[in-house]
Design a binder for this molecule. Sequence first.
Ligand code: 13P
Length: 350
Amino acid sequence: MNKVELIQTVRALLADNKGLLAMDESISTCNKRFAALGIPQTEEMRRRYRELLVTTPYLNESISGAILFDETIRQQKSDGTQFIEILINAGIIPGIKVDMGAKPMVEFPGEKLTEGLDGLPARLAEYSKMGARFAKWRAVLAIGEGIPSKECIKANAQALARYAQFCQEAGLVLIVEPEVMMTGNHSLKKCAEITEEVLQTVFEQLYKQHVLLEGMLLKPNMILPGLNSKIPETVDGIAEATVSCLLKVVPKAVPGIAFLSGGQSAELASARLNAMNKQYKAELPWALTFSFGRALQEPALEIWRGEDANTVKAQRALKHRADCNRAACMGNYNSKIEQGFWQEEDGNRR
Ligand code: 13P
């Protein structure tokens, strides 16, 4: 492991209040999103969509890194240029999702354990040779009647820590993503309790496996009520609950926390990230940024709908969301910035 290089890559990912674009949906997840909009679910359509994302003009102004999927890291633009090369030339650091997905956990109904440790060192070596500088592993924890169990939390944390060790050995920065899901009718308080327990268990395991905390990013959920919860929560309430949970369990040595969006609307995700930075940035030991998938891509995908004629407008929508979230990292996001895109429908770059 080259510690200096790992730390430099993490710093580059966090520099200048930028964040990450998660474009690492598995084939089945990407197909589901395409199906909902009537887009054909073929490899060529997925390639065209990812080409739209990676060729978005000036995306590097707000995006420091992009997380790719195995299919995508091997794909090229229509002129033959590898996507990974396009990203590197644009000043965006390429990363790769390396887990093989969350699978039902045997004997634990309703719970999942992320797989992908078998053969991981060889895959990491291949991705690193291709140009990837960081990796991501996602664990999912659902809240429900009697779940998540302690066994599920621990098994996922152990897998995350093993992945972390392999990554570090391969010289890749690691993103540790234990996602407590939004699905359900649980309260904000319940989400806070479970997230705290999950993160505490994850850091215990990382510590036991001698993981270099300075060479990682944490990618957690925000503290939110379940999607079916009837209790309304304010943006400030969510910001306060999220920051106080993270302060209890995330060591100071971790340089940055890059949130997943988890099914929040694009605007709410920006507003909540903004509130955290606006109110607490000065007193936090780590940077708070974004590593959104849906909250960055959804507006662009809805505009594109598989039609080349919509590509430029879809790219502008992606760039706009990236800019809104960079503003949120500085605590500067507001309704004027949000509406800026729609006021400039003339096609001029803002
Ligand atoms: P969302 O922001 O859509 O939750 O995606 C982030 C991610 O990387 C999921 O693994």
